[in-house]
Design a protein around this ligand. Sequence first.
Ligand code: G6P
Length: 369
Amino acid sequence: EQIEKGGYDHFMLKEIYEQPQAIRDTFRGRMLVDQGLIKMAGIDDHIDKFLNARRILIVACGTSWHAGLVAEYIFEDLARIPVEVEYASEFRYRNPVIDKDDILIAISQSGETADTMAAIKMAKDKGAFVFGVCNVVGSSISREAHAGAYTHAGPEIGVASTKAFTTQITVLTLIALQLAKKKGKISTSDFHRYLQELDTIPEKVEKALGSNDHIEKIAAIYKDAPNCLYLGRGFNFPVALEGALKLKEISYIHAEGYPAAEMKHGPIALIDEQMPVVVIATRKGHYEKVVSNIQEIKSRSGKIIGIVTEGDVDVRDLADHVIEVPDTIEFMTPLLTTIPLQLLSYHIAVMLDKNVDQPRNLAKSVTVE
Ligand code: G6P
């Protein structure tokens, strides 16, 4: 096992560090930057279905559901296709309206999650076209779907999902870009610019990983907090949810993720000097509004950990700590802002002496309801 961990203390840490390569592997053969092309057989072979789709329904569970939420923002923004994201477990039992003009995208790392599988079967029965985004090659969901795209993250052993999440977002971003281009919703020059920027994401993830020691120090300060709040807006709202999920999964600290502006409708009541609040405040994307949310937290003595763009000044002035990530195009920020949140949870869990790779009560693959 020590050998399999490749010198890392835990699979989770190894998998966090594998993300630059995992994202490159997800691009491989699909993103041809020099030619300004995306090639994805699962999409290209069924392009008419996608171009004529009335809407896209995304179903998933857990971390994969968070990737689906990020995808909703990206698909609607770039490709202008209406998207709804649902927990597979809710969708399958609520008699949803689906027909043959709908596309269902099922996201699943393992490709074995029972609720996601049941949602697919129901959607197929109602005539929808089902597209699978799975990591495990040959898994049940990848076989049940009409078409699909693998994430190529490589085996993920840690129960808390890390590289599967970022590669799911990567695949879904490629799909959104391809559809946006084919639908004529983005210009050729923007399409090229996006591909070029996406191509730099692995090295930017690498850079974000460079904050590991700094994050470990922050973890030492907050490891005994009983609660933690995560806030983000827009593309980074789902990242806040995912950050909170990571913390509760492996450290057993109660954490909640919230859209930053919703804070005033409830969570603000929780804020006092005991409450660490992780705020994703990258320069692009409602930055001023998030800064004013940070001011509200500060005036109630909450402890602020800001995830900011390199060189940020405003949040640094207000926050107790900042963790920088490289600058990028707004819809690509989740691929970077996720990294410090994974590392923060990891270090807190290690310091609390928890079983990081196999947290209590959780399973890597949930094949029963
Ligand atoms: C379990 C795992 C999570 C995962 C979820 C969905 O709860 O512990 O990490 O996100 O299942 O799994 P899937 O394989 O469908 O992505």
